[in-house]
Write a protein that binds this ligand. Structure first.
Ligand SMILES: NC(=O)c1ccc[n+]([C@@H]2O[C@H](COP(=O)([O-])OP(=O)(O)OC[C@H]3O[C@@H](n4cnc5c(N)ncnc54)[C@H](OP(=O)(O)O)[C@@H]3O)[C@@H](O)[C@H]2O)c1
Length: 271
């Protein structure tokens, strides 16, 4: 699978499996195991998804060499607020049953994030994580890290989809060599883009699915995508992005679809 190089030379597969709302237990376990069997090599979980244990069990069961799988998890807000970042990391590692994490993110820029970010730097220096980054950080939060002399994050995981294009933040990250990961790339549960007329027309032209058009629109711009699915056909479909290239006209048509409809919480006002 195509990878993107982070500024510390670590490579990250461009398509990852999103695991939010997959639920703890059997559903997460089965989905992650199936995804690894059909070729996924990048799994995005988080403490708050309550499925780290199932993700870890599926990884173990897959019998794939650990170094072939890229695992991301995220520090949840209570640990950021209460300055319990190191403990949070140890617990995540234990639940996942892993010796290291490939990418560790701060989930939200809430009170205490500067201190929590220093924990990421420490874990990185200790080689307990191969790379680190943030999620839901706006330009002002990224600038604040810089103002405090902290290392640049390798990744910012943010909402990006045709109805919430987030161009200004993407431009800022890409100009600063921070890799963008698109969460809710298909519009999530609230504002699904999957039945959009323009996207369906483009999909028909290339004989692909609407989901593939959206994922291609992102990966063509070097944005990592994290589609979530519990359906094996959809999982396969979301990996097959090499048979077509979107034209400039397709891309400008998709640009007109932005509605600033945000499916997730808004970091501008999040507390
Ligand atoms: N950092 C953060 O704050 C944050 C916030 C939200 C999400 N995320 C991450 O981003 C991931 C993805 O976002 P999301 O879970 O909100 O939703 P999403 O991936 O945008 O959309 C998921 C929906 O799309 C459907 N779907 C997927 N592939 C499809 C296909 N090929 N054809 C038709 N339908 C398809 C799924 O249904 P089926 O199961 O039926 O396929 C599901 O209903 C999350 O799982 C999580 O890892 C991060």
């Amino acid at each position: 699978m195509k990878t993107i190089k982070l500024y510390n030379d670590v490579e990250i597969p461009i398509v990852g499996l999103g695991t939010y709302q997959l639920m703890m237990g059997l559903q997460s376990y089965k989905t992650v195991l199936s995804s690894l069997k059909i070729g996924y090599r990048h799994i995005d979980t988080a403490r708050i998804y309550l499925n780290e244990r199932s993700v870890g069990q599926a990884i173990k069961r897959s019998k794939l060499p650990r170094e072939q799988i890229f695992v991301t998890t995220k520090m949840w807000n209570n640990s950021i607020l209460n300055k319990k970042g190191e403990q949070a990391f140890k617990n995540s590692l234990k639940r996942l049953g892993l010796k290291y994490i490939d990418l560790y993110l701060l989930h939200w820029p809430i009170e205490g994030y500067l201190e929590a970010y220093k924990v990421l730097e420490k874990l990185y220096a200790e080689k307990q994580i191969r790379s680190f980054g943030v999620s839901n950080f706006l330009i002002r939060h990224l600038e604040n890290l810089k103002a405090h002399g902290l290392k640049k994050p390798m990744v910012n995981q943010i909402e990006v989809n045709p109805y919430y294009q987030n161009d200004e933040l993407i431009d800022y990250c890409q100009k600063n060599d921070i890799v963008v990961e698109a969460y809710s790339p298909l519009g999530g549960s609230k504002y699904s883009c999957l039945h959009d007329e323009t996207l369906s027309r483009i999909a028909k032209k290339y004989q692909v699915s609407t989901s593939q058009v959206i994922l291609k629109w992102l990966t063509q711009r070097n944005i990592i995508v994290l589609p979530r699915s519990k359906n094996i056909d959809h999982l396969k479909n979301n990996l097959e992005l090499d048979s077509f290239v979107l034209s400039d006209k397709d891309i400008s048509d998709i640009k007109t679809l932005n509605k600033n409809f945000k499916t997730g919480d808004d970091p501008e006002v999040y507390e």
